[in-house]
Design a protein around this ligand. Structure first.
Ligand code: ADP
Length: 260
């Protein structure tokens, strides 16, 4: 995509060709994002409106029907709520892009906090989470709320896509001067051609399965932004039928970071 500008300078005509490929790609991504987000919101909204209409006529008089319909409406409204919360998170994280995180975070502690959070809402699921944490892992320089969100998204995915009854292993250790966190599941795995695209907004391998499990399609896009903001690295390794391991490398905090 080139833009041509023609000008005159004295006796010369100047033709300037400007490469706009990047700008067009960014614009296209923005258009796709708004279209996808609207579509994702429209579907549950249409369903809620449909059920309200049905409840307003005779069918609504039957308590059994009413109970069932209200349950569906509740689930659909929760789906919209999750999506709106993820959209807000994404835009906040993008807005914070240029502000470096400055809290001293003990990742081992944070992993335990997140595990307790998961246990508070679903004790059964939390039992699948096992941790392998080395004792000498240095603190990282980070934003606690965001790192917690990153852990929730990664552990949540491992629980969602892992086979029932299999463990999710969260490991933390020091590696080559970095803090290495990994979340491994024994699930269906992901075919290699999908892996590079998983951090795109709304990219899903199986949209139906993701929605059934309560996914928004934004979890890994949020994780990628958080990792980038912490100057870290994200790696997804997977084998079909075996499982998936997501690894995050974060730089350790320097002594200059004192804020607790
Ligand atoms: P979602 O809300 O759909 O889970 P994510 O952005 O978190 O969205 O993940 C994008 C897609 O990547 C998912 O829809 C799923 O297809 C795939 N995926 C993510 N984590 C895993 C995993 N641990 N095992 C298998 N597939 C996964």
């Amino acid at each position: 995509r080139w833009e041509m500008r023609v000008g005159v300078a004295g006796p010369f005509r100047i033709v300037q060709l400007i490469d706009r490929t990047g700008a067009y790609a960014a614009e296209q991504m923005r258009i796709d994002f708004v279209a996808n987000a609207s579509h994702e919101l429209r579907t549950p909204l249409a369903s809620i409106l449909g059920f309200i209409e049905t409840l307003s006529d005779e069918a609504g008089a039957d308590p059994g029907v009413r109970g069932r319909f209200l349950k569906v409406m509740f689930d659909e409204a929760r789906r919209m709520q999750r999506l709106v919360e993820d959209l807000i998170s994404l835009s906040r994280i993008e807005a914070e892009k240029h502000r470096l995180p400055d809290e001293r975070i003990d990742m081992a502690e944070l992993v335990e906090v997140v595990r307790a959070d998961i246990a508070a809402t679903d004790a059964e699921r939390a039992r699948a989470v096992i941790t392998a944490i080395e004792s000498d892992v240095p603190a990282v320089c980070g934003d606690e709320a965001r790192l917690s969100q990153m852990l929730h998204n990664l552990i949540g995915n491992a629980l969602k896509y892992g086979r029932p009854g299999t463990p999710v292993t969260v490991s933390l250790r020091r590696e080559g001067g970095m803090v290495r966190l990994s979340v491994a599941d024994e699930g269906e795995g992901i075919a290699p051609e999908h892996i590079p695209r998983l951090t795109e907004r709304f990219y899903r391998v199986d949209a139906g399965r993701s929605r059934m499990a309560g996914g928004t399609g934004l979890g890994l896009a949020i994780v990628k932004h958080i990792v980038e903001r912490h100057r870290g690295r994200l790696d997804i390794a997977s084998k079909l039928g075996v499982g998936t391991t997501v690894t995050v490398l974060l730089p350790p905090a320097t002594d200059a970071v004192t804020k607790a």
